[in-house]
Design a protein around this ligand. Structure first.
Ligand SMILES: Nc1ncnc2c1ncn2[C@@H]1O[C@H](COP(=O)(O)OP(=O)(O)O)[C@@H](O)[C@H]1O
Ligand SMILES: C[C@@](O)(CCOP(=O)(O)O)CC(=O)O
Ligand SMILES: [Mg+2]
Length: 415
């Protein structure tokens, strides 16, 4: 496909089943349309380079054709043949290119990019990838999956793998994006379950279960109910890779204790799916009960943080609703499902306390909505003077969403 290319994918909230999803238990996640990542791919003046400009994490890096030519063609082919696992030969070939970024937050984003680019774009040069996100990064809202999905869709198109219908992404194309973004997630956090990239690819909400043979069972929930909730970001930084690794260590040390806890989390997701299929005034309290139990189990496996417990104890002491961390935990976000009788005054007081006393950020956001999308080249070219400045470091998040948000911005995104 010709340049420029613009792609976008949403963040997500895991309602039930984070961590246990990695161990083949069912889990439920819904996309969040207003928290999206956007990727713009443009031609560079220097036809010899590949450039990354990821200002959200302070990454601006160029690789020259000479360095990139060290990635041997055979490893490219092997990797694309085995798109379910990272290829050791390709990893070894990428290592020298990633060396300058070792030990930094930027390493995993660059690794994800280089891996997908090497597998799917062959030897194309003279191109710049710019990424901006309206979602907080490393906060449990799936920014790693949304950048992986944006990259898989863009390099899939640029590499000529996704050429069919211009007016719609086909089921096969979405499956391709899901498969390759899972590989991108592996580069960023080692052993993902695949739930985040699935919901960022297909949108809406999913009931997801990884199978022992690494296949996945995916049920799309098209009419996800609007759950009355407040999402709170503690802004406490953490890494999914570290937290998932911590749970793995705990299982190794205490298998008889931790395995049943993970199983119970899977049961919560299955029960939760039944309630969500017909959420109404009479079963909202049952959903809240499951939320409280899931948070307690996540705390027992070390996924909470004192900063998350602040949100839980405030919601408990104000009797306003039920709180659960979402995503990998250890900081990042929690959501609070509001009780039926929570008054507007109390809801405001709850948000205000978290924002002013703790410097947290609260969101009142709808769940569900489109998955990955792209903008046709002609549409980008017509709007390039508006689009390009949005990818600068100084551009602010509200301008990004106002100009680009699918369904709001007026741009003709292809779903
Ligand atoms: N907008 C972005 N720009 C650059 N890298 C990003 C962006 N969003 C996510 N990432 C990558 O994803 C990582 C965060 O992923 P993770 O720890 O899984 O947290 P989460 O997915 O909850 O946001 C970052 O360290 C970075 O490598
Ligand atoms: C902990 C986990 O269940 C969710 C991680 O989500 P996030 O990266 O914190 O947004 C891991 C996974 O399912 O891949
Ligand atoms: Mg992540």
């Amino acid at each position: 496909m010709s340049l420029p290319i613009l792609t976008s994918a949403p963040g997500k909230v895991i309602i039930f089943g984070e961590h246990s999803a990695v161990f083949n238990e069912p889990a439920i996640a819904a996309s969040v349309n207003s928290l999206r990542t956007y990727l713009l791919v443009t031609e560079t003046e220097d036809s010899d380079i590949v450039e990354l400009d990821f200002p959200d994490i302070g990454l601006d890096h160029k690789w020259h054709a000479k360095e990139l030519s060290q990635i041997a063609a055979p490893s490219r082919i092997a990797a694309s043949e085995h798109s379910k696992n990272l290829n050791p030969a390709l990893n070894a070939a990428l290592e020298p290119l990633l060396k300058p970024l070792h030990g930094s937050l930027q390493y995993h984003a660059a690794y994800c990019f280089l891996y997908l680019y090497s597998c799917l774009c062959g030897s194309r040069r003279g191109v710049k990838f710019s990424v901006k996100s309206s979602s907080p990064i490393g906060a449990g809202l799936g920014s790693s999956a949304s950048i992986s999905v944006c990259l898989a869709l863009a390099v899939g198109k640029f590499g000529g793998h996704l050429n069919s219908e211009p007016e719609k992404l086909s089921k096969q194309e979405l499956d391709f994006v899901n498969e390759w973004s899972f590989i991108g997630e592996k580069c960023i956090h080692g052993t993902p379950s695949g739930i985040d990239n699935a919901v960022a690819t297909y949108g809406n909400a999913v009931l997801f279960q990884r199978q022992p043979n690494a296949e996945t069972k995916l049920e799309h929930i098209l009419n996800f109910p609007q759950i009355p909730m407040i999402l709170t970001n503690t802004k406490i930084p953490r890494s999914t890779k570290v937290l998932v690794g911590g749970v793995q260590d705990l299982i190794t040390r205490q298998p008889e204790i931790i395995s049943p806890i993970l199983k119970a989390m899977g049961q919560l997701a299955s029960r939760g799916a039944k309630i969500l299929a017909d959420l109404n005034e009479s079963n909202l309290a049952d959903l809240c009960e499951l939320v409280r139990i899931n948070h307690g189990l996540l705390t027992s496996i070390g996924a909470s943080h004192p900063g998350l417990e602040v949100i839980k104890s405030l919601s408990d002491s104000m009797s306003i609703g039920s709180t659960k961390l979402t995503g990998a935990g250890g900081g990042g976000c929690a959501f609070t499902i509001l009780n039926q009788d929570a008054s507007l005054k109390d809801i405001e007081k709850f948000k205000n306390t978290l924002e002013t006393q703790y410097n947290y950020q609260t969101y009142t956001t709808g769940l569900g909505g489109p998955g990955c999308v792209f903008l046709p080249s002609e549409e980008i070219q017509q709007n390039i003077s508006v689009i390009e400045p949005l990818f600068k470091k100084s551009a602010n998040v509200s301008d990004l969403n106002a100009a680009l948000l699918p369904g709001i911005s007026g741009l003709k995104w292809v779903h």
